[in-house]
Design a protein around this ligand. Structure first.
Ligand code: JFZ
Length: 432
């Protein structure tokens, strides 16, 4: 009897379904590794608010009065919108996936949803923006992803409203969560997104339990659907007990090197998420070094563009993205499908690795000789600039010394390949 009881206990503990109600199963590692191999995606923040050039969601009741903001869709008519052009811009930038704000904090929906009239079909434009992008992404082999915010400052069922406005008198979270499920099912069924990017999880009405509920709901629709970590609570740049989702999302900063958990930094090309006239744009140097440092920390970069109210992306931004694409066309081997390390990224360099190659992304030439700490048991067999000249390297007990030319072959990021006598992909990471 005693043995039977003990066996029974072990048996129960081993059954996944007993725990499955509480524990949320994560997307499987193969799917997540494939996602992380892509390294570079396009984030798009867009909606009627671009008519004012203020920040999406946040400017409601701030720079733009609420009634005014909520009426902008009545004049939203982006007649130059061309999904193929946006997706080709992403492809030409070397981006492998694209994430569109189907619904941001202002509650407006860029697709013809059955569940609210506050959507694109009631604007003069009357065309499905999300659908057009999903199709174009399929055509150009770009993975299609959807941003969907949890908080909704427009919907009466969601209790909280931005910027000190009183809460709705009759909030109804259960009904609001059902609305979310209806919309999410609609998005998943109609557009087959590769990933869902949640946001707006920090306000009080949203709970960890709701997050788990939605995650389970989505996994039942498609077990391979990737979900970011802003569906639970907790810090965006972490994956902890409070968070729900598959990967961490540091915002407007490059994530710290982390070989254990997947992460994606979201960073804007200009300053604002949504389009702003004459917004300050990052230099090509900043763009490339941001991407290299992200890859060097073993993360992805979701780089944001805010298209204009007429449906076009700004010419200067498209041009900047193409310049990044040109760089990647040449040096992409050192970014895609690599792992971060062997060295922790710093202001001078970032490193990535693949098989027996280590790529040193050199941002600046500080002296004639670049000194890197030796990794015990590993020897450099060959050193050269990627797509370029051979380099003289020497290895002592402590240092690998590489003699640099007076002028580096790329002023933004000169990629040095160190061929090693071993595969270093799974090895340790060293700080300089
Ligand atoms: C969020 C959004 O609010 C923002 O508009 C954008 O979509 C970005 C990608 O994600 O960013 C945040 C998140 C949290 C705070 C501010 C901006 N916050 O807690 O103040």
């Amino acid at each position: 009897m005693k043995n039977f009881l003990i066996a029974g206990l072990f048996f129960l503990a081993g059954i996944p379904s007993v725990k499955a109600q509480q524990v949320v199963a994560k997307t499987n590692a193969r799917v997540l590794n494939e996602f992380m191999d892509q390294r570079f995606g396009m984030f798009i923040h867009w909606g009627p608010v671009t008519l004012r050039g203020t920040e999406i969601g946040w400017s409601r009741n701030h720079q733009v009065a609420q009634n005014d903001y909520d009426s902008l869709y009545k004049e939203f008519n982006p007649h130059f919108f061309n999904a193929d052009e946006w997706v080709k811009t992403a492809r030409d930038a070397g981006m492998k996936y694209l994430t569109i704000t189907a619904k941001h904090h202002d509650g407006f929906c860029l697709w013809p949803t059955k569940f609210t009239s506050y959507n694109i079909m009631n604007s003069p434009y009357k065309k499905d923006v999300v659908g057009a992008l999903a199709n174009a992404c399929k055509k150009y082999n770009i993975k299609f992803c959807i941003y969907y915010t949890v908080l909704d400052w427009y919907d009466q069922r969601y209790p909280v409203h931005n910027n000190g406005k009183p809460s709705d008198p009759n909030p109804d979270m259960p009904k609001f969560v059902q609305y979310m499920k209806d919309q999410l099912k609609e998005l998943v069924d109609n557009y087959h997104p590769y990933m869902l990017w949640f946001d707006g999880n920090w306000e009080k009405p949203w709970t960890l339990e709701y997050g788990k509920e939605i995650y389970r709901f989505l996994k039942a629709l498609n077990p391979n659907l990737i979900v970011n970590n802003r569906l639970g609570k907790g810090q965006h740049d972490q994956l902890g007990a409070e968070t729900v989702g598959d990967y961490a999302t540091p915002e407007q900063k490059i994530g710290k090197l982390n070989m254990d958990i997947p992460w994606e930094s979201c960073i804007t090309l200009c300053q604002q998420w949504a389009w702003k006239p004459n917004d300050q744009m990052k230099s090509l140097k900043q763009c490339i070094q941001t991407l290299a440092s992200t890859a060097g920390g073993n993360g992805n970069l979701l780089f944001n563009v805010g298209p204009m109210p007429d449906g076009r992306m700004e010419y200067r931004q498209v041009k900047r993205l193409r310049e990044i694409g040109d760089w990647l066309h040449k040096y992409g081997e050192s970014i895609y499908n690599t792992k971060g390390g062997l060295y922790t990224p710093d202001s001078i360099l970032a490193a990535t690795r693949k098989d027996n190659k280590v790529f040193i992304h050199l941002f600046r030439r500080e002296s004639v000789v670049l000194k890197l700490p030796v990794i015990t048991g590993i020897k450099v067999t060959k050193a050269y600039f990627l797509k370029g000249a051979q380099l003289h390297s020497q290895q002592s007990e402590k240092y690998i010394s590489i003699t640099l030319p007076d002028i580096l072959p790329d002023i933004n990021d000169a990629v040095i390949v160190l061929e090693m006598d071993k595969n270093t992909e799974a090895g340790p990471v060293v700080s300089r």
